[in-house]
Write a protein that binds this ligand. Structure first.
Ligand code: BTN
Length: 269
């Protein structure tokens, strides 16, 4: 087999037809060769009146986005970049639970299909061997006529076999090192898990696994909130997916997603 570039891959092309085989008919599936961002596309759909379930996938993204205004490196074929649209009739508080639900969906499918022992780094990253191999970005679109949400775009980016990362992320990013993944099946399986959790989101069925797979619990961390940075110890996850931390004065503080990120102290990432 000839090498196209350093980010070589051997997996089959993405195809809407293949993905649809694994999903129920009501789910709208769209596959792009290249797009700015699958989350942008999902938001465009919702802003133009789409109200249903969808799975938008792309071989590559030119403006892949992460939390806190970061970019998400999305080269062609060596990763899986997709957005699941979840109907918005669940209210804002429940919508916030979709990030931990998505993390458990991704981790479950990766573990099942690759047998790799991945962990969830609060709040939205999946780690393999102390490096980030997946990020999740959930974005809500509101519907003013309903005074509720039009839908939630849950974007997921997984590095399957990417090796050639940009300098600024090469010390923290990695891949699962899987070159023959059936990306159609993986995207459909993760979406299926997430749709199923979303159906009864208030039951929080994913929380026990979110706790079990936590990468940070029991570790000393840096909490970063804008310019603020302080040390704490991660001691658990609460029922809403918040990170329970203990500060040096013995007090407890629960961190909620939003603008906060954490770094594990001993490896500074
Ligand atoms: C993060 O690392 O903070 C989250 C990264 C989320 C990346 C995915 S890739 C598919 C979807 N489209 C985007 O632009 N972002 C998400």
């Amino acid at each position: 087999m000839s090498c196209e570039n350093k980010n070589d891959h051997y997996s089959a092309a993405l195809s809407a037809q293949d993905i649809e085989k694994y999903l129920s008919k009501e789910i709208y599936v769209r596959v792009f060769d290249k797009i700015d961002s699958t989350n942008n596309e999902a938001k465009r759909l919702l802003e133009n009146g789409f109200r249903g379930k969808a799975l938008i996938v792309s071989e590559a993204q030119t403006s892949g986005r992460g939390r806190l205004g970061r970019t998400f490196y999305s080269p062609e074929k060596t990763g899986l970049y997709f957005t699941v649209i979840i109907p918005g009739n669940m209210g804002f508080a429940n919508a916030a639970l979709l990030t931990p639900a998505a993390a458990v969906s991704v981790a479950r499918v990766i573990k099942r299909e690759s047998k790799k022992n991945v962990k969830i780094k609060w709040v939205n990253d999946i780690y393999f061997e102390d490096k980030k191999i997946c990020g999740i970005l959930a974005e809500a679109v509101t519907d003013s006529s309903l005074n509720d949400l039009a839908g939630i775009a849950v974007g997921i980016g997984i590095n399957l076999s990417t090796v050639d990362f940009p300098k600024e992320i090469e010390s923290v990013a990695s891949s699962l090192d899987i070159k023959n993944a059936d990306r159609n099946f993986i995207a459909a399986s993760i979406a299926k898990e997430l749709f199923s959790f979303a159906e009864n989101i208030s039951e929080r069925a994913f929380i026990p696994e979110y706790r079990e797979m936590s990468y940070v619990t029991g570790k000393d961390i840096f909490v970063i909130k804008g310019e603020q940075r302080y040390e704490a110890r991660a001691v658990g996850i609460d029922n809403d997916g918040g990170l329970i931390t203990e500060l040096s004065d013995g007090s407890t503080m629960i961190l909620r997603g939003g603008e906060i990120s954490v770094r594990v102290k001993d490896i500074s990432r």
